[in-house]
Design a binder for this molecule. Structure first.
Ligand code: ATP
Ligand code: MG
Length: 212
């Protein structure tokens, strides 16, 4: 591939998750990947819940999770909402999403963004080799993982899957959707853990107030 062909290729980050709710951890990862890897766009891919997980007490509906992602990213011109994984019958497998995207956008290179907890269980995902073949995997530290253990895990994955697993340069962000749901349920403010637009939407729709 010559230089001008390389320049024409779009670099797109993919941030998959349940986003129940979206929080600044997800947003900071997306922005850090955009900057560090010179991405053109970062797409947020909320995953559909399978039928038995829809309308659970204390959880947001698929429609609400999508709306919260839309509200959270709307002020960022290079963040994009994609409904490709919002499958009514349940979540879609990442390898299928990536292979579909390859077919639809042959001129793009894909960077799949995840936290270290996802890298830890990556080998239990469906068809991990096909995922690694279809994108570069960008990983942020999480859960106070020791830097040495994090690098060892990245190296292990590189060796197993014969592809790049890249380290995202972010601080450890001690924040999870689960913790935010618990905070809301116990009446604590989650202000600054998620954008105000999302905060207001959660309040107005009284999401997460019931016991899970
Ligand atoms: P839950 O507590 O419900 O599991 P979560 O905060 O882990 O929610 P997910 O939607 O499960 O959010 O995460 C989507 C992706 O974002 C995963 O790859 C996860 O590792 C990553 N991620 C989420 N929060 C963080 C964080 N604070 N630091 C690093 N990675 C994160
Ligand atoms: Mg999680």
């Amino acid at each position: 591939m010559n230089n001008s062909q390389q320049e024409q290729r779009k670099k797109i980050g993919l941030m998959g998750g349940t986003f129940d709710p979206i929080h600044i951890g997800h947003l900071i990862l997306g922005e850090a990947a955009w900057r560090q890897f010179g991405l053109d766009e970062v797409w947020f891919l909320p995953a559909g819940n399978p039928p038995h997980k829809q309308n659970r007490a204390g959880r947001a509906s698929d429609r609400e999770r999508v709306e919260m992602v839309r509200l959270a990213i709307q002020s960022n011109p290079h963040f994009v909402l994609s409904l490709i994984e919002m499958n009514k019958d349940g979540y879609s497998y990442t390898y299928r999403t990536l292979e579909r995207l390859h077919g639809q956008y042959p001129d793009a290179d894909w960077f799949f963004i995840m936290g270290a907890d996802s890298l830890t269980d990556f080998d239990t995902w469906r068809e991990p080799q096909r995922i690694a073949d279809a994108c570069r995997i960008v990983v942020a530290t999480r859960n106070q993982m020791e830097p040495a253990s994090f690098r060892t895990l990245l190296a292990k994955r590189r060796e197993e899957f014969h592809h790049d697993f890249l380290e995202l340069d972010t601080p450890n962000l001690d924040i999870s959707s689960k913790h935010l749901r618990e905070m809301i349920r116990s009446g604590e403010s989650i202000r600054y853990y998620t954008p105000d637009t999302v905060l207001n939407y959660i309040r107005q729709n009284r999401i997460y107030e019931l016991q899970e």
